[in-house]
Design a protein around this ligand. Sequence first.
Ligand SMILES: Nc1ncnc2c1ncn2[C@@H]1O[C@H](COP(=O)(O)OP(=O)(O)OP(=O)(O)O)[C@@H](O)[C@H]1O
Ligand code: SF4
Ligand SMILES: [Mg+2]
Length: 396
Amino acid sequence: MTEPTGNVPAVGGLAPGAAAGGLVPAAEIVVTEQSGAPAVNATADQVGEPAVVESVAASRGPLAMEAIGLNKVFKLGRGAVLQAVRDVSFNLYQGAVIALVGESGSGKSTVAKLLAGQERPTSGEVIVDGKPINVRNTRSFRAYKSHVQYVFQDPFSSLNPVHTVGYDLTRPVRLHQPGVKDVPAAVTALLEQVRLTPAAQFVVKYPHELSGGQRQRVSFARALAAQPTVLLADEPVSMLDVSIRLEMLNLLDDLRTRLSLALLYITHDIASARYFADEVLVMYGGQIVERGPAEDVTQHPAHPYTQLLIASAPDPDNLGSSLRAGNVVVGPGGAIAGKAGNVGPAQVGCPFSNRCPIADDKCRRENPALQLLTPVRAAACWRLDVAASPVAGGSI
Ligand SMILES: Nc1ncnc2c1ncn2[C@@H]1O[C@H](COP(=O)(O)OP(=O)(O)OP(=O)(O)O)[C@@H](O)[C@H]1O
Ligand code: SF4
Ligand SMILES: [Mg+2]
């Protein structure tokens, strides 16, 4: 990890993601124009030239997975549809953390489900090893599912209350590591990997006998039993006691380094993304509205939504207290309270236009595509020249 720049110290062993200086030529991500907008509750097509953005995460390791032009439209009945994800493209690289940041309803989990093959994209593709995933081919899809593991927000609901930890881990070891002869030893190794030691004490426990943090560690261990290359961690710390969030992020950071995992870290908390991720993708209304190196995006946010996210981050100076305070970045009744803009009446123009302090007529008419700011940064906004000014008190 690189040392943090600016006035924010590293906290708990976590430092901001790779700085732009460490770049190697990255795989290009082409953000294409959107087609075929649904009729109701949908955001408008994006307007503008496609942006080609390099990813700083590419300097960490080989390409693990590509999401190309993902769209997901849910049918709500009576002809109404909701576009949960719009034209989302990014890559995951081994050993790198990409943070997907946004408020509730912005489409983060839907993106993760598309990557995990739990939802099928309305259009667009997820590519692994140069091939699109094929959920219809049972055999290749089974192999894909062990390659990509999804860890949920709530460790309680994802663990079966009637099974012991030992049982929960034995099954995936048998399934995904058929060559392993000593299964109990493999289970012990998994528990040690997630620092649940002495392992013998934990194999006999039921979920209700564990703390929230210990349950989440068991969820990680279960995911690791599949020996994945990609880990999709959906709000992995938000349900945990505030005192152990940082510890848990440190564990994830350690795992991705040691196992060279490609990690998608989904969070509401842009402050934690700064300390943990190489690249940040900010989502609003189902689309990526800003992306770039974590340090850059959080220190110099370009998009009005990112600026407001950062301005409303509860702790301006350090991640440690933000995590300890357990704050939700977007507070009720505040300037950016409410659901992300993909729900409600038909949306035309920029999805953020009904909440943006600098929206003008064009914003209400046309939805901007991502525009390049530097080779590694992009934002989707018509008024970047005006928006570029820093938000008061908005550093993290
Ligand atoms: N199966 C579904 N059918 C209909 N709408 C759905 C479905 N799944 C998600 N949605 C809608 O899609 C939008 C995006 O949901 P998603 O769960 O991806 O958001 P999120 O960013 O993960 O939010 P949160 O932070 O609250 O978890 C929401 O408006 C949600 O209600
Ligand atoms: S200035 Fe316009 S385009 Fe930019 S975020 Fe605000 S509403 Fe959207
Ligand atoms: Mg979610």
